[in-house]
Design a binder for this molecule. Structure first.
Ligand code: FES
Length: 104
């Protein structure tokens, strides 16, 4: 399965992501800039903030209450497309997902 990140400079990077791996973990493993994942995915850093591509918003699941609270402390102001990518786990339904890395 694949995911594509649009980087702050407008370029894109696509990587293979295994089932169950979060988009934060995949971003760190593929050296996607500005996705730090400082807390390792335990919802306490918000350094994995991404904007989910519009076509995928309905497929990534609902924002849980703790994620919602952390989205209020992102470096770049949240939008309706904001998610913490440690909370998005790859699945067949998300194959081909596109996300944008916020420009800080
Ligand atoms: S990696 Fe820290 S909140 Fe996602």
């Amino acid at each position: 399965m694949k995911a594509t990140w649009t980087l702050p400079d407008g370029s894109t990077k696509t990587a293979d992501v295994a089932e169950g791996v979060s988009l934060m973990e995949a971003a760190v493993a593929n050296n996607i800039p500005d996705i730090e994942g400082a807390c390792g995915g335990c919802l306490s850093c918000a350094t994995c903030h991404v904007f989910v591509g519009e076509a995928w918003l309905g497929k990534v699941g609902e924002v849980e209450v703790f994620e919602d609270a952390m989205l209020d402390s992102t470096d770049v102001e949240r939008t309706d497309a904001s998610r913490l990518s440690c909370q998005i786990k790859m699945s067949a339904a998300l194959d081909g997902i596109t996300v944008t890395v916020p420009s800080v």
